[in-house]
Each structure stands twice: as structure tokens, then as C-alpha cells.
Design a protein around this ligand. Structure first.
Ligand code: KIV
Length: 298
């Protein structure tokens, strides 16, 4: 049966393979689905920059949708931004599912106008083999409106996992350079500084494209390298701390809004949200305190 989605929770329950053409026999309208992962490639072909913002709950989901992001990433950075962990490692698959549903409830636009929703596969949900990864990614696509997953790295095992996910119908965005799930091996340093590691990253990018990734995040790598990757690949490159020669940019929304205590050097805040909000709340508290001075306590 052809279902018209009536809210974010039902988008994924309808036609899963993109808008269906008008049926001339009964004049059904086009299936109103949000942007499909593979459609991002058209933006690259047309030279239209892609914008992706993270969200972690209903309020941040509403903000980034209203701001007009092409895609919303429920990144595992929510472990740090929303759950107060020191790294992204502790967040669980169940927490990613829970937060992805919350973000989707913040979307208010008609389904066809909503941003593409992408969810990070958390640490240990794909490192133990393809079968476990299909189960984890499948659960996210089955139980939330996310239409794609992102996972980090391009070691042979990861490429094998991505290959399986894509062949099972699960769109995958790759992530190279600074990969926070490997923080204990790589730290938070800029990656691929020498030519040997740059050539390795280029080869890894090509292998991610060859197994069917629909886009590739490049985090904290030299701008010239990001440009080289962009020119080599057909799929869009999405940079963060990778200079402007990318097909799009992704940012952690809490960083842009100045809400995170430790700002990454490559992602300056647009506004000092912490100062702004604390000062507004302080004013409210002061007003309440002042208005209660003359209260009759007897
Ligand atoms: O988890 C996240 O927010 C991310 C972005 C930094 C790309 O992976």
C-alpha cells in the first residue's frame, strides 16, 4: 500500500527508494520524501555547496531544520555535547537511536522539505564485523527516520563492512582524517601532514567511493589535501577543519553556537551562546529575587 507520511515517525515507513513518479492511471501525487543520500551528488555536479549541521535533541533538530541545513547529522559527538562524556566512545547504539528519534521530532517542515537525516554508527557497533554492522545500521533505519549512517575509517575491515551495508541497501557516509573514535591512537591532532599519509588517505578515499559511500567527511586535514580528494572523487567531500576546497561543510552545532566548553581550533563559534544564555538567565533570576524582596512572609 502507498502511504502518505503524516509525521516524521512515519516517513521511513513509506516508499524507501526515493520519490516515485506520478501514476498517470490514478493521478497519485509524488511520494513526498526528504532529500535522498544519493541526491547530494547532484549538488556537487551543480557546484552547489552542501551544508550539514549536527543535532542531538528535539530543540537542536528544530533549529538546524529551520536554519535550512541540507542534512542533519546525529553525530556521536552527542556523547560529549549532550551526555557530558570526555570522548565519543561511551555512547551506545540505543542512545543514538533515542537521540535520532528526538531530533526527528523537532522537524516541522513537510516531509519533502525536511533535511536528510544521518546517524553516526557508534564505537563498537561496526568494528566487530559486517553482520553486526548490518544489524546496528538496519536498526537505526528501521526504528528512526534516519536514511543513512556514517562510520569512521577505511581500514580493510571497515571497507568490507561498508561494502556489505551498501549492498544491503543502507546508504553510508564515510569519515577520514581525524576520526574521534580512534582518539586513543590518533589524538585530536591534524591528520595526514606528510606526503605518505596523504597518499594513503587519497587511496582510502577512493576505496570508500568504490564500495559505494554517497559522501565523505574529511576532518582536520590540510586544505590542499582536501582539495585533491575533492577533485579525485565523484561523490561530495564534506569538510570540517579541512579548508574551503570541499563540496560542503559540516559543523557541530553546539560549537557554532558557542555552547561547548572546549572549542576545536578549526570550528570557531558564531556567537557566544554560553555568555548570552547565562546572562539572560541571570537577569531573570535577579528580577525574580528583586520582585520577592517585599513579599509578605507572615
Ligand atoms: O560526531 C560528529 O559530530 C561528527 C562531525 C564532527 C562530522 O562526526
Amino acid at each position: 500500500m502507498w502511504l502518505l507520511p503524516s509525521g516524521p515517525d512515519q516517513i521511513w515507513a513509506s516508499e524507501p527508494h526515493g520519490p516515485s513518479p506520478v501514476d498517470a492511471s490514478n493521478e497519485l501525487p509524488r511520494n513526498p520524501l526528504p532529500l535522498r543520500p544519493n541526491e547530494l551528488i547532484r549538488h556537487k555536479q551543480n557546484g552547489r555547496p552542501i551544508t550539514i549541521l549536527t543535532a542531538w535533541d528535539c530543540l537542536s533538530g528544530a533549529l538546524v531544520e529551520q536554519a535550512g541545513a541540507d542534512a542533519v547529522l546525529v553525530g556521536d559527538s552527542l556523547a560529549m555535547v549532550a551526555l557530558g562524556h570526555a570522548t565519543t566512545l561511551p555512547v551506545t547504539l540505543e542512545q543514538m537511536r533515542h537521540h535520532t528519534l528526538a531530533v526527528s521530532r523537532g522537524f516541522q517542515a513537510a516531509p519533502a522539505e525536511q533535511p536528510l537525516l544521518i546517524c553516526d554508527l557508534p564505537f563498537l557497533s561496526y568494528q566487530c564485523g559486517a553482520a553486526k554492522a548490518v544489524e546496528a545500521a538496519g536498526l537505526l533505519l528501521k526504528e528512526t527516520p534516519a536514511a543513512a549512517v556514517k562510520l569512521e575509517g577505511a581500514e580493510a575491515e571497515v571497507v568490507e563492512v561498508i561494502d556489505r551495508l551498501v549492498r544491503m541497501g543502507i546508504p553510508v557516509m564515510g569519515h577520514l582524517g581525524l576520526t574521534p573514535q580512534s582518539v586513543h591512537r590518533l589524538g585530536y591532532r591534524r591528520q595526514a601532514e606528510d606526503r605518505i599519509s596523504q597518499e594513503r588517505l587519497l587511496r582510502q578515499a577512493e576505496s570508500l567511493e568504490s564500495v559505494g559511500c554517497f559522501a565523505l567527511v574529511l576532518e582536520h586535514v590540510p586544505a590542499a589535501l582536501a582539495g585533491e580528494v575533492r577533485r579525485t572523487l565523484t561523490i561530495p567531500t564534506i569538510g570540517i577543519g579541512a579548508g574551503s576546497d570541499c563540496d560542503g561543510q559540516v559543523r557541530v552545532t553546539a560549537d557554532l553556537l558557542g555552547l561547548t566548553p572546549r572549542q576545536p581550533p578549526f570550528s570557531p563559534a558564531l556567537v557566544d551562546g554560553q555568555k548570552l544564555f547565562v546572562s539572560a538567565l541571570k537577569t531573570w533570576i535577579e528580577e525574580q529575587t528583586a520582585s520577592n524582596i517585599h513579599r509578605d512572609n507572615t
